[in-house]
Write a protein that binds this ligand. Structure first.
Ligand code: ADP
Length: 373
């Protein structure tokens, strides 16, 4: 089937009229960020922040029109604010420090959503997220991974998934699955080579929608590989996604820890519990002579965890096998489950699992902050 073109999409969207402004959404210049990839279409409809809630129907209509075009497998449309309403805090939700919106409704079948975050890129956040998801699965949790790292969506590759998700008749996306883990990624919708120009508020909305419109089924834990850093996008996500907790990944040296600290403070500000810090690339053992070297220093994350009064979850060494296995789609937890590296991830996963169970019990006893039933 021939690929659908941007022109065809825009032509079809001219059918949709803005009820208040008397013309169609294309002529009014409301369609932005159009992305088409292998039949998966995503774009934003820019609306005035105040009208957002009334325009859900328009959003659905736009999705329907595009989904019906030949060659379209999925259509993801988000409403995004043209400009944030002044005092209201804009489309990115409440200001830092304000209470989070209630977690209800979104993902009622998911027990707990855990964010894996880092202050900056390249510290091994995605590698840790993939291996921890596999370790949680090995520990008996029904687990999924949502790859929200829009800057470098690498989870599908790490989990050995190359096919694309399909949609059901009601325009829901079926998550991909490998090694028993369900997986959905921004990378399925957006080409890895395409620079992402989506603005902060839109990222949160796109993500929320990816959770709402994906058939995750019943999961105990959904691991979210967060975008690195502490920009608008991350903050919006921390506020919009009903997170049960966050795990911060850092390398041992100071420079990385400064960033990790910022990440941690961001979660604290928006009232997301920090489950702990993982030190990645913690040390190196020479495969030839067995000498241990501390390439990026050692122990910094543990000291930082103590200082910030959060738990230190464990150390993962810098090792060729970890890189080769995750980059080739056979992460170490599945390719060498009895090895020391896998054991380190399994231990961290056990701690995370226990903390979530504890939080759920405490939540059930006081205020249910995750999803109880
Ligand atoms: P991030 O998500 O923080 O950007 P990635 O998980 O993509 O980082 O990792 C960046 C690179 O470092 C990848 O090639 C990955 O395989 C490698 N890597 C991550 N952790 C380790 C480790 N403990 N030992 C060796 N290589 C690692």
């Amino acid at each position: 089937m021939a690929d659908v073109t941007e022109t065809q999409i825009l032509e079809a969207l001219k059918e949709i009229r803005d009820p208040d402004r008397g013309s169609d959404i294309v002529t009014l210049g409301m369609v932005s960020g159009l992305q088409v990839r292998d039949g998966h279409v995503a774009f934003a409809v820019e609306v005035d922040a105040k009208r957002g809630p009334q325009l859900e129907g328009l959003r659905k209509q736009a999705e329907g029109v595009v989904h019906r075009l030949p060659g379209v497998l999925s259509a993801t449309v988000v409403l995004t604010a043209e400009r944030p309403a002044e005092a209201a805090g804009g489309a990115s939700g409440p200001a830092p420090g304000a209470a989070r919106p209630p977690a209800a409704m979104l993902l009622p079948e998911i027990g707990a959503i855990v964010a894996i975050a880092s202050g900056k890129g390249g510290v091994g956040k995605s590698t840790t997220a993939a291996n921890l998801a596999l370790a949680l699965h090995a520990g008996g949790f029904a687990t999924g991974v949502l790859d929200a790292d829009i800057y470098g969506p690498s989870i599908p590759r790490m989990l050995g998934i190359s096919a694309r998700p399909t949609t059901t008749d009601d325009n829901k996306l079926e998550p991909m699955e490998n090694y028993g883990i369900k997986c959905m990624s921004m990378g399925f919708l957006v080409d890895e080579e395409t620079p992402m120009v989506w603005r902060g508020p839109m990222v949160g909305m796109a993500l929320e929608q990816m959770m709402r419109d994906v058939n995750w089924g019943a999961l105990d834990i959904l691991v979210v590989d967060m975008p690195p850093g502490t920009g608008d996008a991350q903050l919006t996500m921390a506020q919009r996604v009903p997170l049960a907790g966050a795990v911060i990944v850092s390398t041992p040296q100071d420079i990385s820890l400064v960033d990790a600290r910022k990440g941690l403070n961001m979660f604290r500000k928006v009232d997301v519990p920090v489950l702990g810090i993982v030190e990645n690339m913690s040390y190196f053992v020479c495969p030839h002579c067995g000498t241990r070297s501390e390439i990026f220093d050692h122990g910094g994350a543990r000291r930082e965890a103590d200082r910030l009064e959060v738990d230190f979850l464990g150390e993962i060494p810098l090792d060729m096998a970890i890189r080769e296995t995750s980059d080739s789609g056979h992460p170490i937890v599945v390719s060498d489950p009895e090895g020391d590296h896998a054991k380190a991830y399994l231990k961290i996963a056990r701690t995370i699992g226990a903390k979530i169970a504890q939080a759920r019990e405490a939540g059930a006893a006081s205020r249910p902050r995750i999803v109880v039933e």
